[in-house]
Structure formats: C-alpha cells, structure tokens
Design a protein around this ligand. Structure first.
Ligand code: BUP
Length: 454
C-alpha cells in the first residue's frame, strides 16, 4: 500500500455527460493508486444516472461512495431540470463539511464539476485542501466560459449582437460565429448564464483546470488559454483526455451488429438529453432509407428518460421499420455507447456532439457527422471538423428548421466514405498517444497525483 497516495473526492453534478466523465476520472485515479471517494448526489434527475451509479459501485468496490442528500430547491420559474439540480447541489454543499472532515485517510483534494465550483472552493478552504475542476466540454467552449463576463459586457455594448455574425474573443483566440453560442449565454437573467457567472470566478482560485481533451486535438486553444492572456491568473489547463473507459459488468449483446460487415454501420445517437421532433425523426428515417446505409439508431422520445414512455412504433412509422428491418436496428433505452463505438462494424457516427461522445469517437477513430442541437454542441462540432474527425452539417440548425431526408441522405453518403475513416484513424493514434507514458494527458494526471502526495 502506498501510504503517501492521495485521497481524492470526485464531485460530479447532473446529466450523464457530466457523470460519465467523473466516473472515468475516478477509475483512472484509483488504478494509479489513489484512494477515491465519489460524492453521489441524491436523488438524480434521470433514471440513467441512478442506474449508472448503482452498476458503477457494484463493479468498482475499491471506490467509495458518499451519498449526498441535498436540500430540495423549488424554483419559482420554469427551469431545465438539470440546471435546477446544479443549483440545488451547490446550495447545500455546506452539508458535506461534517461528512468529509473526518475521512480516513484524510481528504487531499476535491475534483469538482464546474457548475458547483465556487461552493466547493469555499468548503475546500474550510477543510484546508485544494480544489480542481474537471471540464466536461471542449477547451474551445471552456474559453467562452472563462471570459463570460467580458463577452456579456461586450455584447450589451454592441446592442445585443444585432447585425453581427462573429464575436471577437480575447488574446488571439479565433472569432466565434454568434450562431454557435447558445443565446442564454448572453442573458444575465437566464439560469444558464447565472450558473456560469457564479462559478467562472473560481477559474482563478482553483489549483488546476482539468479538461477532457488532448493537446493534439485542440492545441491552439490550449496554448492561448495557458498563455495567461485570456484571463489574468487563470489556473493551469491540464489536459487529461480522452478519459479512459471503465470496466462494466456486461459485454455488448447485439448479435445483429456482430453480423454486419466491417465499418459498414452508421451509429446514430443524440445523447441523453435531446429528443428530435417527430417530424424530424421521420425525415431522418427517409434519409437513412434513401442512403441505403446500414444503421444502428438509439431513439429518444423526451428530454428526461423517466418521462420517455412511448414505444418505438409510436414514434417511428411502422412501415419504415418493416422496410428497413434488414438494414438497420432501432433501440429505445440505454445502450453502452462506448462499446458500440468500439465495435468493428461501426463506420460512422451521426452525433449531437456532446463532448463525451466526441472524445469516445476520437478514442475509437470513428468519423462523426455532426448534427449539434444546443448548448456547447455547435462549438464542439467546429472542433470536430477542424481536427479532421468528421463533418459538420452547419446548416442543420437544431430545433429551428426541419432538415429534409434528401439532405440527410447526401451527408450520410459523404460521412461513410473511406477517406474519413483514414483521417479518423489518425485522430485515434494521437488520442492513444496522449495516454502512453510521456503522453500529455498521462503526464498531467501523474503531475496532479505527485502534487497531492502527503
Ligand atoms: Br444516450 C446514451 N448510452 O444510450 P455526451 C449515452 N451514453 O452510454 P449528453 C451511453 O452518455 P451532456 C446511451 O457514451 C456519453 O458518455 C455516452 O454524454 C453515454 O452527451 C454520455 O455525449 C453522454 O456528453 O450530455 O448526453 O448531451 O449534455 O451532459 O454533456
């Protein structure tokens, strides 16, 4: 037993995208000899999160679970349930202090989600331990978070962006298309913006900002962020991605997929909290059928899975399902996406570009056809395209317009071309190299562990 190895509290908030990154980091630290406690906030928003937590702790008994029952938060206005959860978790962080002050071995540090960073910094000061944040989006989107107050101010001065296509970013970061920035970002009265302004000040107080990305993938952005010119006194950016997958209880059981030719199947998923409109789903069906491409489609009917009760046949046309039954498979419910992306039959990924999905595709060398919906996803899609991991259908503006089947067909044909696979394989090599001995991400993780040894 390594007596000097640190004891790290891993503190995620809400949403599968956030949770998966934190659980991955937890296992990576545990396999590098650290003692790890995961703070599991209860109750979770989605069933997927509580299922994931139960199976995770059943399979990783070396990782401690600290159940944290936060106080209810009753917003008076309409709010995204995941945002409400961030606020609720943050508001009662003081309840953790007594639970954490006597742990054995004593706690060495917090690694917390950005959405609660300021509150965690306060209790970490009381406990006299350092705090790190883990950013579960791209470094490019993080750069917007880091200079949020300045961008909101500039936007107000410029009349709310009227007639502006691009916004200037500080310190030589390339300008950003205004259409890529989620509109609530600029609205100080919106919860999204309020959560950012409450927590962005912590970026200069924490000991390090861990980002689930790798240097090669976003080198220019990372260099500028670390130059100190974007935000004075910004804590060091430590790239730790792509975060490695953890052991799961079950192997993938999809005989249909096993019988498909290598690299022939397009995997389709819009993440855990996006549901396309019925009309859009039906156009996607038209596009798939016309393209003749094999597909594995994960279908979602509503934003929070606990409310997602409709059957596949109630969402998609039965005749479509009948006509395509030899070409494709539609699944409703949770599947292990990482295992699917790693399957030899998968040759492309139609994705909303949630950042975990992007990093998983990078690790497996699967080309992405990016169809972002909201939040950070358009910014992430641009990163994907710039890095050569795929194509961004930039005219397909999520939720606002109906993208027709013919256009979808064309892009599906394009993404399934061989040359995209070759480029994506190069990305995979770079992603793997980041975690080899001497790779940037491995060095960053080892550096944190060394710093925290007692
Ligand atoms: Br859906 C789904 N299986 O069926 P993102 C998702 N995932 O393993 P999002 C599955 O959940 P946020 C499923 O591999 C990824 O690790 C997927 O995170 C996994 O998107 C995670 O890709 C989803 O970041 O999350 O859901 O939009 O908005 O919280 O970033």
């Amino acid at each position: 037993l390594d007596q000097t190895a640190p004891h790290i509290a891993i503190f995620p908030t809400a949403g599968m995208g956030h949770l998966m990154s934190f659980l991955r980091l937890a296992t990576m630290l545990a396999t590098r000899n650290c003692t790890v406690t995961v703070i599991a906030s209860q109750p979770t928003v989605s069933a997927a999160e509580s299922d994931q937590l139960s199976s995770f702790f059943a399979t990783h008994q070396n990782i401690k679970c600290l159940e944290y029952h936060f106080l209810p938060y009753n917003p008076t206005t309409d709010i995204d349930p995941f945002f409400a959860q961030f606020i609720a978790i943050s508001n009662s962080v003081h309840l953790l202090h007594p639970l954490l002050s006597n742990t054995s071995p004593p706690l060495s540090a917090f690694i917390a989600d950005f959405t609660i960073a300021s509150s965690v910094c306060k209790i970490a000061t009381d406990l006299s331990i350092p705090t790190y944040v883990l950013i579960t989006t791209s470094a490019r989107f993080f750069s917007l978070l880091a200079c949020h107050s300045q961008l909101v101010e500039n936007n107000a001065k410029n009349g709310g962006g009227e007639g502006v296509d691009y916004i200037e970013l500080p310190a030589g970061l390339p300008p950003m298309p205004l259409s890529s920035i989620p509109p609530p970002f600029f609205n100080p009265n919106h919860y999204f913006s309020a959560i950012i302004s409450a927590n962005a000040p912590s970026f200069t107080k924490v000991n390090g900002i861990l980002v689930n990305t790798f240097d090669w993938f976003e080198s220019a952005t990372i260099e500028v962020l670390n130059s100190g010119r974007v935000v004075h006194d910004l804590a060091p950016i430590l790239t730790v991605g792509p975060l490695e997958s953890f052991k799961v209880g079950q192997s993938l059981n999809l005989p249909w997929l096993d019988n498909q030719p290598a690299k022939s199947v397009l995997f389709i998923s819009f993440g855990s909290r996006n549901a396309l409109s019925k009309d859009q789903l039906s156009e996607l069906g038209v596009g798939l059928e016309k393209s003749g491409c094999r597909f594995l489609w994960i279908l979602k009917g509503s934003k929070v899975d606990k409310q997602d009760k409709e059957k596949i046949e109630e969402i998609l046309d039965e005749s479509f399902l009948e006509r395509t039954k030899n070409k494709g498979m539609v699944i409703k419910g949770w599947v292990n996406q990482e295992q699917i992306l790693a399957h030899p039959a998968i040759g492309g990924f139609l994705s909303h570009c949630g950042w975990n999905s992007v990093m998983e595709a990078a690790r497996q060398g699967v080309p992405i056809l990016a169809w972002p919906q909201h939040g950070d996803q358009r910014v992430n899609a641009q990163v994907v395209e710039n890095a050569g991991l795929g194509l961004w259908a930039r005219d397909w503006i999520g939720e606002k317009i109906l993208v027709k089947g013919g256009e979808i067909e064309e892009k599906i044909r394009e993404i399934m071309r061989r040359e995209n696979l070759a480029k994506a394989s190069e990305v995979r090599e770079k992603a793997r190299h980041a975690h080899e001995i001497g790779g940037n991400s491995e060095q960053a993780i080892q550096g944190i562990i060394e710093e925290l040894r007692h």
